[in-house]
Structure formats: structure tokens, C-alpha cells
Design a protein around this ligand. Structure first.
Ligand SMILES: Nc1ncnc2c1ncn2[C@@H]1O[C@H](COP(=O)(O)OP(=O)(O)O)[C@@H](O)[C@H]1O
Ligand SMILES: [Mg+2]
Length: 308
């Protein structure tokens, strides 16, 4: 064999070897041997649990979670709390204007007391870190431990041990289908999941995986919120579907709960620590788009309320 033929042959072999992790290319993925899991528990002092998730980052999960929680309180008079399970990128302290609120106090039995703003008690790993700029660089086991503590070591009655607790806990999930959704689904009874996506195919593809992961964990999917579905031009009030039409979302096979338009005010009110649902009820500066957003959020909230 000539040297070039030898090189070609070895390159050919390199291109056709099994993948480096040795995972089979076809069939079911290998199952890791597991120790038996503890039975699922309820979250203390919480009646219902709703997860807001996606699979994809940056699509508006935290924004939807905060506004859903606020609208459940404002329109349905429910006692609602917010739990931020995004360990690596917690947004709830910022979105609720609680970044400078200090550390949570503890009950006499050592449980964390949620911090409250706009009538919403909330808990986040962001309240427990030394500063907002400090990144969390933890391995899986640390993440699982943190998730367990956030699920079971928070007293949602607040500082009053005779308090009624929560009707609904809205959980803001991180992107992806890793440790956190797994721990949540294995440890806790979740009454339903609201999936959030933008209309791009690249986002919908990840949402499809997120839906499949929740289904594997037997978490019922309430439906899909299509966020940033269109932009209303302020001069002509015409909807522009910047990221594609909403039709693609139908292929996910879940109920479309509503479409929220893309609006600068949603972003600026979030950055200012105000849920847009609260901001828009005080001053409607966003015109037709603001009205569409509000109507869609009311519709989404009503369907979630009825589903759980
Ligand atoms: N409908 C919307 N219109 C305008 N900006 C939005 C809208 N929804 C979300 N955003 C902005 O997009 C960014 C990402 O949203 P966020 O809720 O943090 O996403 P995720 O939790 O999925 O990572 C934030 O700056 C937020 O204010
Ligand atoms: Mg988020």
C-alpha cells in the first residue's frame, strides 16, 4: 500500500469509528444503574405547583413566570409565591426589584423566609449568594443539594407560623433538560408545566425536548406560551412576525395558551423590577401592543388557573 493510500485508509477508519463516548448510534440510550429514589413529596405549605419551563434559554421564561404569578394574584385572588430554580442564572431577584433586599431571615426551625415585593413572596439562590456578580460554579451534586433546599427548606407561611401558606407556587425553571428538571420531577408532585417559546425553529426544537423530558417525568403539560410572537409597529399598528409565524408551534402537539407580543416596555419594566402586568395596569404607554399583551396574559392565566 502506498503511504497516501495508507493515510487515506486510516483517515477513513477515523471518520467511521464509533463516537468517542461509546454511545450507541441507534436504539435506546443506555440506562444508568440507579439507587431507588425517595417517594415524591409535597412542598410544605403549598397546595399547587406550576413550573414555567422551556428547554431553551432567553425565550422569556422568567418574565412569563413573574407575570403569571402576579396576574394569578391580581385577578384570581390566589396566594402565589415564586421559586427561582435557575441556579446558574437566577433572574427573580432582579425582575421583582429584590436585588438589594438583603439575605432572607430564618424561622426558629431554620427554614428560609421568602422575600416579598409587589405582593409576591419569592425565593432564589440569588438571595443567598454574596453578590449579583458572583457566578455559581457548582457541579451536579451541589446543584441537586441546592434544589432540594429550595424545594423543602423554605417556609411559604412567611414569618407567621400560623399563616395560610400558598395556593400556588410558580417555579421559574432553568434552560435545558438536566439536573434541575430531573430533581424537580423526581422529588415533587408538579401539577402542571407551562412551556415558553419564541417562534423560531431553533427555539421550538429545544422546547420539543423540554416537553418530552417533562412527559417522561409524568408532569402534565398545561400548554405553550408563544412569546415575542410579533411586533406591533407603533406608527401603523401592524403586527410584524419578526421571528416567523406562530404556525410552527402547532407541531409541538400541545395547547397554545396565548401569544405575547414583543414590546420594549416588557423588557424595561422587567429591568426596573416591575412585572409588566403591574406596570401596564398603572400606565398604558404601549398602545395596541400593550393591550394585546395584557389580554393574552389574562387568557393564559385563566387557562392555568382552570387546569390546576
Ligand atoms: N414579550 C417580550 N417583549 C420584549 N422583551 C421581552 C419579552 N419577553 C422577554 N423579554 C426580554 O427578553 C430577555 C430574556 O427574558 P427572560 O425572561 O430572562 O428569559 P429566560 O428566563 O427564558 O432566560 C429579558 O431581557 C426580557 O425582558
Ligand atoms: Mg430565566
Amino acid at each position: 500500500m502506498t503511504s497516501s493510500a495508507r493515510r487515506l485508509f486510516s483517515t477513513w477508519r477515523a471518520l467511521h469509528h464509533d463516537n468517542p463516548l461509546g454511545l450507541p448510534k441507534r436504539g435506546e440510550p443506555p440506562v444508568m444503574p440507579r439507587r431507588s429514589l425517595p417517594p415524591k413529596r409535597g412542598i410544605p405549605n403549598v397546595k399547587r405547583v406550576v413550573a414555567v419551563a422551556s428547554g431553551k434559554g432567553g425565550v422569556g421564561k422568567s418574565t412569563v413566570a413573574v407575570n403569571l404569578a402576579y396576574t394569578l394574584t391580581a385577578r384570581h385572588r390566589a396566594r402565589v409565591g415564586l421559586l427561582d430554580l435557575d441556579i446558574f442564572g437566577p433572574s427573580i431577584p432582579k425582575l421583582l426589584g429584590l436585588e438589594a433586599a438583603g439575605e432572607p431571615h430564618l424561622t426558629s426551625s431554620g427554614a428560609l423566609i421568602p422575600l416579598t415585593n409587589h405582593g409576591l413572596p419569592a425565593m432564589s439562590i440569588g438571595f443567598l449568594l454574596p453578590g449579583p456578580e458572583r457566578p455559581v460554579t457548582w457541579r451536579g451534586l451541589m446543584v441537586q443539594k441546592a434544589v432540594q433546599q429550595l424545594l423543602f427548606d423554605v417556609d411559604w407561611r412567611g414569618a407567621d407560623p400560623d399563616g395560610p401558606g400558598l395556593d400556588i407556587l410558580v417555579i421559574d425553571m432553568p434552560p435545558g433538560t438536566g439536573d434541575v428538571p430531573l430533581s424537580l420531577g423526581q422529588l415533587v408532585n408538579v401539577d402542571g408545566a407551562v412551556m415558553v417559546s419564541t417562534p423560531q425553529h431553533v427555539a421550538l426544537a429545544d422546547v420539543r425536548k423540554g416537553i418530552a423530558a417533562f412527559q417522561t417525568l409524568s408532569i402534565p403539560i398545561i400548554g405553550l406560551v408563544l412569546n415575542q410572537s410579533c411586533f406591533f409597529c407603533p406608527s401603523c399598528n401592524t403586527p410584524h412576525h419578526l421571528f416567523g409565524s406562530s404556525d410552527a408551534s402547532r407541531s409541538l402537539g400541545v395547547k397554545l395558551l396565548g401569544e405575547l407580543p414583543l414590546m420594549p416596555d416588557v423588557s424595561t419594566s422587567g429591568d426596573a423590577g416591575l412585572p409588566y402586568a403591574l406596570f401596564s395596569s398603572c400606565s398604558n404607554t404601549s398602545g395596541a401592543a400593550g393591550y394585546r399583551w395584557q389580554e393574552a396574559m389574562f387568557g393564559i392565566t385563566k387557562q392555568v388557573w382552570e387546569a390546576i
